[in-house]
Design a protein around this ligand. Structure first.
Ligand code: SF4
Ligand code: SF4
Length: 380
């Protein structure tokens, strides 16, 4: 029987645990029989930044190594590539490959992408009509999305759907945020990208995820699971459940369900493997509350004030900030101005894309939860 998604326990990144988990999750979603000799496969992991594997921001090299072994065994050639935040240059990519432990894979015969060209195509997305993406993806006969499970300031959770935002070259990502400031539009843009590339297989590294100030400055948290799915949407629905997130709290899941790409609830997904014992109910995420109940409010001012009270925002922590100004340079809305060596955010301009938080090298920009929300959570 073919399943939409499979989940298995994977307690560590040891060769034994990883191999067993792959044996458990691949056959239920169709295995790797589709991989033929001479096929070119591009793996798109999450390589958001030049961070060590134990920081839990990037897809772990032990998992990529095992996947590459299985693909090359079948005669495929494998290329691993991503476009992290910041500059998309060969030097930047080399730094990322070195920090994330992928250089070792290169020694085993896997190719790491160093083609930093990109181009623009017309696509017929729901919200996106032109997509600029990195050229190496065009070398693929099939793409495998290999994401990392993390909390995320803007979209609640970084999983498989969000991982494909990395097809957009480095510094164009903040610009793209600016084009889609509304969270629903942004998520539909992500879904348009997912629909354009349609990964042949989706995997999520949920062995050790990142909680709290994710997707780069949070805290590693052991989850102990590996996910495989036939679509990115099914993988994310299961990933959200693993970290105790309600589907309504993950806008990519909500928008995918509206487009009939996946059900909202895990119970409606054909899932192989049990979630029992794998769910980390106290995983720290950024809670997102729907403010739809305000939509009928007559007084727009009241509506705005209440919405503002319920919305999380980026906040600089000056004692951690080294005054590098990277957040000011990256901010697509030009909402940040350096004053006396520290960033000052113009709340009226801020579109809450959280690029400043994601790419601060000192974890000095945090997702600030409003007092009201903190009180509500405590009450809960
Ligand atoms: S990127 Fe981080 S460390 Fe640099 S100025 Fe902004 S908040 Fe400070
Ligand atoms: S201040 Fe931060 S969250 Fe706001 S628009 Fe700029 S980069 Fe995005």
């Amino acid at each position: 029987m073919l399943y939409d998604c499979a989940v298995a326990k994977c307690r560590s990144y040891s060769e034994e645990d990883v191999s067993r988990a792959f044996d458990d999750i691949l056959p239920p979603v169709g295995g790797l029989d589709w991989v033929k000799k001479g096929m070119r496969i591009v793996i798109k992991p999450n390589l958001v930044s030049a961070m060590r594997p134990d920081a839990a921001a990037t897809t772990h090299p032990a998992l990529l190594k095992e996947l590459c072994r299985r693909l090359t065994e079948r005669g495929a050639t494998v290329l691993i590539g991503d476009s992290p935040g910041g500059f998309f240059t060969v030097a930047a990519m080399n730094a990322v490959y070195s920090a994330t432990g992928l250089n070792e894979l290169e020694r085993d015969g896997v190719a790491l992408n160093r083609n930093v060209d990109y181009h623009t195509v017309d696509i017929d997305g729901q919200v996106m009509k032109k997509l600029t993406y990195t050229n190496y993806l065009d070398e693929a006969d099939a793409i495998i999305d290999f994401a990392k499970l993390k909390s995320h300031g803007m979209v609640g959770m970084s999983g498989a759907v969000k991982n494909l935002f990395g097809v957009i070259p480095g510094l164009m990502k903040p610009e793209t945020h600016y084009v889609y400031p509304d969270v629903s539009d942004f998520c539909n843009m992500l879904i348009d990208i997912n629909e354009h590339f349609k990964p042949r297989l989706t995997l999520i590294d949920a062995v050790v995820g990142m909680e709290g100030n994710g997707p780069t400055a949070g805290t590693p948290r052991r989850i102990g699971a590996l996910i495989a799915a036939r679509t990115t949407y099914h993988a994310d629905a299961v990933g959200a459940r693993l970290i105790g997130m309600a589907p309504e709290g993950v806008p990519t899941i909500v928008e995918a369900a509206k487009r009939s790409l996946s059900p909202m609830n895990v119970e409606d997904i054909k899932l192989c493997g049990s979630l029992e014992g794998l769910i980390v109910g106290d995983f720290k995420t950024v809670p997102r509350k729907s403010i739809r109940f305000l939509q009928g409010t007559k007084f727009r001012f009241v509506q705005k004030v209440i919405a503002d009270c319920l919305t999380h925002k980026p906040r600089p922590v000056n004692k951690l900030c080294m005054g590098c100004g990277k957040c000011e340079r990256l901010c697509p809305a030009h909402a940040i101005e350096m004053r006396h060596g520290h960033p000052h955010i113009d709340r009226k301009k801020c579109i809450r894309c959280f690029c400043c938080q994601e790419f601060c090298p000192k974890a000095a920009m945090i997702v600030s939860r409003p007092l009201v929300m903190r009180a509500l959570q405590r009450t809960k």
